[in-house]
Design a protein around this ligand. Structure first.
Ligand SMILES: NC(=O)c1ccc[n+]([C@@H]2O[C@H](COP(=O)([O-])OP(=O)(O)OC[C@H]3O[C@@H](n4cnc5c(N)ncnc54)[C@H](OP(=O)(O)O)[C@@H]3O)[C@@H](O)[C@H]2O)c1
Length: 254
């Protein structure tokens, strides 16, 4: 996909990966609008740039609809939706927290649905454009500590795959991004080891490179991809016994 001149709406761009991705796309010549709830962060990010800040709460359908109207008129249309909004808190399902579970589902999964609801008609009508969804390698296996987060990311991967097939004849490309650990507010406060962690800037550069190359699925960094590829091959009956043996970082906390 051509980045220069592409009108991109980055949802979940007030910090971490989304903010780094916004800066990377802006520097590459894209026409960028950024959204999230924290308006002051969006103002800081866009100050002195050509980027447009539009406050949006993805858990609120009306906020997403109104936000997209603003974005569309500011950019003069839309070519690329990048969905980066996400939340993660360490979970312990032995003390089930329904509120936290619902918060993960509404931000990580239903929020993507809200954004697709408002943007797909535009992308399909012009028969050109792309959807880039940020999932996670946590989609690959059920892991204690990511009990609420992992399922939402697995659902996002599945949804993007179905969408890619459904939109094949509409000229709309769909790219799935599954990063390993990266430095951000989401993970930096957590007190467990995070192997192969990379910076948000490094991740953003990889994603923009992937967009340019029209990659379908992007999983990085390489060592995390190798680890999770191996993990996917472990039989389901063995996996529960293996997670403590492997001393996976999430497990240590429990
Ligand atoms: N950090 C990692 O190790 C890692 C690994 C794999 C995948 N990811 C994924 O990468 C994405 C970015 O995460 P990050 O690590 O950069 O964490 P982050 O700094 O906490 O960023 C999360 C972003 O989502 C936005 N967001 C959360 N709830 C929202 C809502 N209701 N409405 C609108 N925006 C909302 C936040 O903005 P506001 O709070 O201002 O609304 C923020 O901009 C997430 O999808 C995450 O799951 C992260």
């Amino acid at each position: 996909m051509q980045i220069e001149g592409a009108r991109c709406w980055l949802v979940g761009a007030s910090s971490g990966l989304g903010a780094a991705l916004a800066r990377e796309l802006d520097a590459a010549g894209a026409v960028v609008a950024v959204s999230a709830r924290r308006q002051e962060r969006l103002q800081e990010l866009t100050a002195g740039t050509g980027m447009t800040p539009v406050a949006v709460d993805v858990t609120d359908a009306e906020s997403v609809r109104a936000g997209f109207e603003q974005v569309r008129s500011a950019l003069g249309g839309l070519d690329v939706l990048v969905y980066c909004a996400g939340t993660w808190q360490v979970s312990d399902v032995r003390d089930w927290d329904q509120e936290s579970f619902e918060q993960h589902v509404s931000t990580n999964l239903l929020g993507l649905g809200q954004c697709l609801d408002v943007t797909l008609p535009t992308l399909r009508e012009q028969r050109r454009g792309a959807v880039v969804g940020i999932a996670s390698v946590a989609a690959y296996r059920g892991v204690p500590g990511a009990d609420y987060y992992g399922p939402t990311k697995a659902a996002v991967v599945n949804l993007l795959e179905a969408l890619r097939a459904s939109l094949r004849t509409d000229g709309v490309r769909v790219m799935s991004v599954l990063p390993g650990f990266l430095r951000s507010e989401m993970t930096d406060a957590a007190d467990f080891p995070q192997p192969f962690k990379i910076t948000a800037e490094d991740a953003a550069a990889r994603i923009v490179r992937g967009m340019r190359q029209d990659r379908t699925v992007l999983v990085f960094p390489r060592r995390m991809r190798a680890l999770m590829t191996g993990a996917r091959m472990v039989p389901a009956a063995v996996w529960p016994r293996l997670t403590p043996v492997l001393r996976l970082p999430w497990v240590r906390r429990l």
